[in-house]
Design a protein around this ligand. Structure first.
Ligand code: F0G
Length: 418
């Protein structure tokens, strides 16, 4: 038995009701299961022999009809042991879960494979989202694969070029809004409420978050059913931190892991309503009118899943921190140069946050830490070029290149005759 339930008043809704917020109190919804049924299912199924991917965890997903699954082979991303960076930062066990390895280059694909499959189960023909870039890239790809119409609303001039290119090439109807992400989200909420045939796939749709919880399952399986002590990730609209926490709690409920990690959310200083509420010990956030950060993916002032995120952080005994744009870009370079992992600025905020929390002693050096890097570096090539040393240019002559590289002294190798 699967159903939807309001996170505030507990009102229940049928699994197939197209609804994005509670009719009684207006709060957001969660997908609920009968865990005894899941337990019975996983005892009989061969899920543990399947390759690491979102659909390895099919028994934990709210999909009835496997023939409807829309997949681009998402999930199964690397959990990279980052000894060198760990040594530099002063933590013994550091892993990076690199979500840029997903088909469209971000963690959103985990959500979209489930969300778009649900759309097919509901016989939907058109999907819509607002986005800072990655959600739109992912939805456009999965809609293309599923043969659905796709409408995307983005903040004009404020999304990274790689992401815009993706949405356009996958054939979505792209509409630029003269406003920010929060304005765009308001518009799609209204549109999908008014025009019921247009299905909303922002993270307010709880089915999308069901796919994203697979990230937690994978971490547990990659660590041989150990849970890390701490999971650190960037927070924007706050769906992902909520989804990952749900994943860990479900594995725990089913007896698949013994302990739970501390969820640690990182926000950019200019867009940090959740981190601020945690710091102030408040139960509500104060939304920002004009969020600003170089990490455009998380340039969000009124995160829709703020309540779920505050719960995840507090229930897990975690924390939240802010980082400056400078710290984000420094961390982006550091990760690329010490571990060979090129991630977009928003993703690097998890590393910047780890650095800061280690420095102030809020994270212990013996903790097993997993930083989630949410999107690929090539999504935002302009930033990478801007913050790196410029390439040199010389004529195509050996002498010029030798001079440039300081390879002027030639070493003569003695010829050995036998
Ligand atoms: N990292 C990246 C690279 C993102 O694209 C996003 C969100 C986040 C982190 C934050 O995740 O919203 O679940 O807290 N991007 C959305 C988008 C808003 O439209 O692509 P969150």
């Amino acid at each position: 038995m699967i159903f939807q339930k309001c996170i505030a008043c507990g009102e229940k809704y049928d699994a197939d009701e197209i609804i994005y917020s509670c009719k009684r109190c207006g709060d957001i919804l969660d997908v609920k299961y009968d865990y005894d049924l899941i337990e019975a299912k996983i005892k009989k199924s061969n899920w543990q022999n399947l390759p690491l991917s979102v659909w390895r965890y099919r028994d934990f997903m709210p999909i009835r009809d496997p023939s409807k699954i829309v997949s681009l082979d998402e999930g199964g991303t690397g959990l990279h042991s980052c000894q060198c960076l760990g040594n530099t930062l002063g933590v013994k066990h550091l892993y990076v879960k690199n979500e840029g390895e997903n088909p469209t280059g971000s963690f959103k694909d985990r959500g979209m494979t489930v969300g778009v499959t649900k759309a097919l189960e509901l016989n939907i023909k058109t999907v819509i989202c607002a986005s800072t870039g990655n959600t739109s890239a992912s939805l456009a790809a999965y809609a293309a694969k599923a043969g659905l119409q796709c409408i995307i609303l983005i903040p004009s001039g404020k999304i990274a070029y790689g992401k815009l290119a993706q949405a356009m090439i996958y054939g979505a109807r792209v509409v630029q809004i003269r406003g920010n992400f929060d304005n765009a989200l308001k518009m799609v909420l209204e549109l999908s409420g008014k025009h019921r045939e247009v299905y909303l796939l922002n993270s307010i749709n709880p089915y999308r978050l069901e796919g994203q919880k697979s990230l937690a399952f994978e971490i547990c399986d990659q660590l041989k059913r150990e849970s890390p002590d701490r999971v650190i990730l960037p927070v924007g609209n706050a769906g992902n931190i909520s989804a990952i926490w749900k994943g860990f709690t479900e594995f725990h409920k089913l007896g698949l892991i013994e302990k739970l990690p501390k969820m640690t959310g990182i926000q950019a200083e200019g867009a940090a309503p959740i981190a601020q509420a945690i710091k102030d010990g408040k139960d509500e956030i104060v939304p920002l009118e004009n969020p600003e950060t170089v990490a455009t993916a998380i340039r969000i002032g009124a995160p829709v899943s703020w309540k779920k995120a505050l719960r995840a952080i507090r229930e897990s005994d975690g924390t939240a921190e802010t980082v400056t744009d400078e710290e984000i870009l420094e961390a982006q370079k550091m990760l690329a140069r010490s571990e060979g992992l090129f991630v977009e600025p928003a993703s690097a905020s998890s590393i910047a946050g780890l650095k800061k929390l280690l420095e102030v002693g809020k994270i212990g050096k013996d903790e097993i830490v997993v930083c989630v890097t949410t999107g690929h570096g090539l999504k935002d090539p302009d930033i990478a070029i801007k913050i790196s040393e410029k390439p040199s240019e010389v004529n195509a002559e050996i002498e010029s290149i030798e001079k440039l590289l300081g390879l002027t002294r030639t070493i003569s190798v003695p010829v050995v005759s036998r």
